[in-house]
Design a protein around this ligand. Structure first.
Ligand code: GUN
Ligand code: ZN
Length: 441
């Protein structure tokens, strides 16, 4: 048995912090005890906790804030190659940049190299779990599964299903999509910490036959997720209306094919009528709020209050490459700004909850990760300001914890992650740099 302890400031959630302070666990000086890759406990640093260490070595992060590993509930790994591609909105962006880029992922070595880069950048952004789009090529999903398996990460992906309105280099057929998905599920779903998501790209790029078969795949494999895009952009919504004229709305297309259930995760969900939100909530599906992407492509503003009012579970997604950062703190900053524009409240606790336990619930992995309850897998990240002078200065003037936490969410970006641990093992450490300490003048 290998017991290890980490001392520092600790934050995690037992439930939604909007339900009350009992949901929040915060220790100014705490200790996280880990054994064989699992959490033993998170507790205040005191005599009793020291006793329970049973002599375990203690790593002390003096200015560090230890939080559960972040969860990115919607991201495209091949799009690391085209992130920050300007010009126009969703449909043009897809045909000008995304599809040409994804065509290269028919080559396993291209996919493997990008998968490695992507996972390393996720960990550098404090992200330990993600729900990820590959491409329509089976090898693209295999490469990501193999690399995530090697890193021991709890990650969910799937080969993309797309057999309509796209060129042959990036598409499959209804039949090959079905067969390849079945074989990937058999090989990878439940292997190590990996999971499978049946992944029709969106309604516009799948034939009715393919959507039907996607529904069959879900019915045949309880426990796999359904991952797709929904109502991101007004032109897209209009095109879906033309392609499926008898559906009541965009969500209704997915309902019709058995794709809207408790294991479904829909990215974006911006342009939805009230009635669709009600059905969405009743279906038990989850929404991935992708603020950076929605701002970058000018898609619109997600209404978190409408989603929650309908009982929809909400998570955060970077949606790289339409989103512009794999660092979850950057996504949190954009989420706050979108909520501001929508006149919706989002405080620091809410932002960290969305990026941790709420994300885990949306992906049905909250039995394993998302907080520091005893027995969960020890995925965590350590934040500090030592690489970030502006954040360090701001922290020096922040009197209360929520104020400091908010500064991390808004200013932390790419550089406030100092270390990331996966199943108790160090998976990322920021290169040492000139130390910047929080201080007030
Ligand atoms: N809708 C269908 N495909 C995509 C994609 O790759 N990115 C985004 N943002 N939206 C999509
Ligand atoms: Zn997307």
């Amino acid at each position: 048995m290998s017991r290890q302890a980490y001392r520092g400031e600790i934050l995690h959630f037992l439930a939604d912090p909007r339900e009350g302070a009992d949901a929040i666990r915060h220790f100014d000086d705490g200790v996280l005890i880990v054994e064989d890759g699992h959490i033993v406990e998170a507790a205040p640093w005191n005599e009793e906790a020291i006793h329970r260490l049973q002599g375990a070595p203690v790593e002390h992060f003096e200015d560090g804030l230890i939080v559960p590993g972040f969860i990115d509930a919607h991201v495209h790994y091949p799009q690391v190659d085209i992130v920050a591609s300007p010009g126009n909105r969703l449909l043009e962006w897809l045909s000008n940049y995304t599809f040409p880029c994804e065509a290269r992922y028919s080559h396993k070595e291209v996919a493997r190299e990008a998968a490695r880069f992507f996972l390393d950048r996720l960990l550098a952004g404090g992200v330990t779990s993600a729900l990820v789009f590959a491409t329509a090529h089976k090898v693209s999903a295999e490469a990501l599964f193999e690399e995530a398996y090697e890193r021991g990460m709890r990650l969910i992906t799937g080969k993309v299903l797309m057999d309509a309105n796209v060129s042959p280099g990036v598409s499959d057929t209804a039949e090959t999509g079905y067969q390849e998905t079945k074989s990937l599920i058999a090989e990878w779903h439940g292997k190590g910490r990996l999971g499978y998501a049946v992944t029709p790209r969106f309604a516009l790029t799948s034939s009715e036959r393919q959507l039907q078969l996607a529904g069959r795949l879900l019915a045949e494999h309880p426990g796999v997720l359904l991952h797709t895009h929904l109502s991101e952009n007004v032109e897209e919504v209009a095109a879906v209306g033309k392609m499926f004229p008898s559906a009541p709305d965009y969500f209704g297309v997915y309902e019709r094919f058995g794709l809207a259930g408790p294991h479904s995760v829909f990215a974006h969900c911006i342009h939805l009528p009230d009635n669709a939100w009600t059905r969405f909530g009743a279906a038990g599906s989850a929404a991935a709020f992708c603020p950076s992407s929605n701002l970058f492509l000018g898609s619109g503003l997600f209404d978190i209050a409408a989603a929650r009012k309908a009982g929809v579970r909400v998570a955060l997604g970077s949606d790289v490459g339409a989103g512009t950062s794999l660092a979850m703190l950057a996504t949190m900053a954009d989420a706050y700004k979108v909520c501001q524009l929508k006149r919706r409240a989002a405080d620091a606790f809410d932002l960290f909850y969305l990026a941790t336990l709420s994300g885990a619930k949306a992906l049905h992995i909250d039995g394993y990760v998302g907080n520091f309850e005893a027995g969960k897998e020890a995925d965590f990240t350590v934040l500090d300001a030592s690489g970030q002078p502006l954040l360090a200065r701001r922290l020096g003037y922040a009197k209360k914890f929520p104020e400091r936490l908010f500064a991390f969410a808004v200013l932390g970006g790419e550089t406030a992650v100092s270390r990331t641990y996966v199943a108790g093992k160090l998976a990322y450490a920021r290169a040492p740099q000139a130390l910047v300490k929080p201080r007030a003048l």
